[in-house]
Write a protein that binds this ligand. Structure first.
Ligand SMILES: *Cc1c(COP(=O)(O)O)cnc(C)c1O
Length: 427
């Protein structure tokens, strides 16, 4: 399937029915699977045979949808998780443990910021945040001997900065660690981070991939290119025997292509159990079937709304990398040549009170803690998703208190602009 173009993979990837089998991916709503002998079952437990035994570890519906996302990203292995938060936690925790260190872009989703700066810090994993716009020297200076991963978002939620993936990949590889990129906002239709040197990609599938606000979920994809064994001292979890699997060494037994996802499934999913349900995976797959068609419209609407806002006298600033004057326009032309996404951030001249007035007057755009939905929605991040951040942290993440994040849906762009106009002008 990965030889086909993204449009074809969106529709048909991950699942090829045999003769007389269902055309649509079957929902295998079963916790468990039957075997003829205990020995058959034992081989599965030992990772000596592939197959299903318990849906906390693997389920055929979830695996088919993971395989589609894997093909879309051009990876070698992938898994679904219960949420985007679980995907980012697993991706990092799979290679970093107590006493280790992470380098992360400061311009990231508020939930991920909390995860790594508070919760993972309590687990003994420290993070150094760097501006996505830092120089290579500043970036290199953030590394320590115990650094295990570099993390950033292709298009950051909600600051809408664009990550210079090649710059971050160069620094990561120069220090013998992988670059993990959260590709949620761009989706593989807009950008395939592996092309630019990223090693692991994560997703909140809750956003554009699902696209209809129907199911919370996440995904992790491995490029299969990072050579764990070449840096075995840094990654003992992958490069030394796992006693909980009879001494298997993941990087030896499953190679570069399979070690990361196999360990993540066999250890982290086994122990933490953040599985996506087969029913949710089915909804996710319905979303993926039209991802390529929807993304083009989200981008068209985002661009039209950004252009309208940019010329409106009540608007102070607009952040959208599709605007030629945006500081990330040049990076976007390189990494996102087909358009970025439907999310536009902006500030009104009247600051936070004006933002609140404006949002309450909107008729089509609902106030929601959500983005990347078929229905247009908006939010003031400082009072919602990024509420836990201090003023300084908000400033570092590029999120002023009056910032409005508008996620342009799939409605008519003329109607959206009319709605925004009446809300701005108080009609
Ligand atoms: C929403 C989001 C997450 C978290 O995903 P959930 O599915 O809500 O857990 C992570 N990263 C980005 C970029 C997001 O937008």
């Amino acid at each position: 399937m990965s030889n086909y173009r993204p449009e074809t993979i969106c529709v048909q990837g991950g699942y090829t029915p045999g003769n007389g089998e269902p055309r649509q991916i079957p929902i295998i709503q079963s916790t468990t699977f039957k075997y003829a002998t205990s020995e058959d079952m034992g081989r599965l437990f030992d990772l000596e045979a592939s197959g299903y035994f318990y849906s906390r570890l693997q389920n055929p519906t979830c695996d088919a949808v993971a395989a589609k996302i894997c093909a879309l990203e051009g990876g070698t292995a992938a898994m679904l998780t219960s949420s985007g938060q679980a995907a980012n936690f697993f991706a990092l925790f799979n290679i970093a443990s107590c006493g280790d260190h992470i380098v992360a872009s400061s311009s990231i989703y508020g939930g991920t910021f909390n995860l790594i700066s508070v919760t993972m810090a309590k687990m003994g994993i420290e993070t150094t945040f760097v501006s996505p716009d830092c120089t290579e020297e500043e970036l290199n200076a953030a590394f320590r001997p115990n650094t295990r991963a570099v993390f950033g978002e292709t298009i950051a939620n909600p600051a809408l900065t664009v990550l210079d993936i090649e710059k971050f990949a160069r620094a990561a590889h120069g220090h013998g660690v992988p670059l993990i990129v959260d590709n949620t906002f761009a989706t593989p239709v807009g950008c395939r981070p592996f092309q630019w040197g990223a090693d692991i990609v994560t997703h909140s599938t809750t956003k554009y991939m699902d696209g209809h606000g129907a199911a919370v979920g996440g995904a992790i994809v491995d490029s299969g290119r990072f050579d764990w064994m070449a840096h075995a001292d840094k990654f003992p979890g992958l490069c030394t025997p796992d006693e909980s699997y009879h001494g298997i060494t993941y990087a030896e037994k499953f190679g570069k292509e399979g070690a990361f996802i196999t360990k993540c499934t066999a250890q982290l999913m086994r122990d933490f159990g953040c599985t996506q349900s087969p029913q949710s995976a089915f909804y996710l797959n319905l979303g993926l079937e039209s991802l390529h068609v929807r993304m083009a419209r989200h981008c068209e609407n985002g661009q039209a709304v950004a252009e309208f806002l940019a010329q409106h006298p009540e608007v102070e600033t607009v952040h959208y990398c599709g605007l030629p004057e945006d500081p990330y326009h040049t990076l976007a032309q390189k990494y996102l040549p087909n358009g970025s996404c439907g999310v536009v951030s902006f500030e009104l001249k009247g600051g936070r009170p004006a933002a609140e007035r404006f949002m309450s007057r909107l008729k089509l755009a609902a106030i929601e803690t959500h983005v990347a939905d078929a229905r247009t929605c908006c939010l003031n991040p400082a009072t919602s998703t990024h509420r836990q951040m201090s003023e300084e942290q908000l400033a570092a993440a590029g999120i002023p208190a009056g910032l409005i994040r508008m996620s342009c849906g799939l409605e008519s762009k003329e109607d959206l602009i009319e709605d925004i106009r009446q809300a701005l002008e108080g009609a």
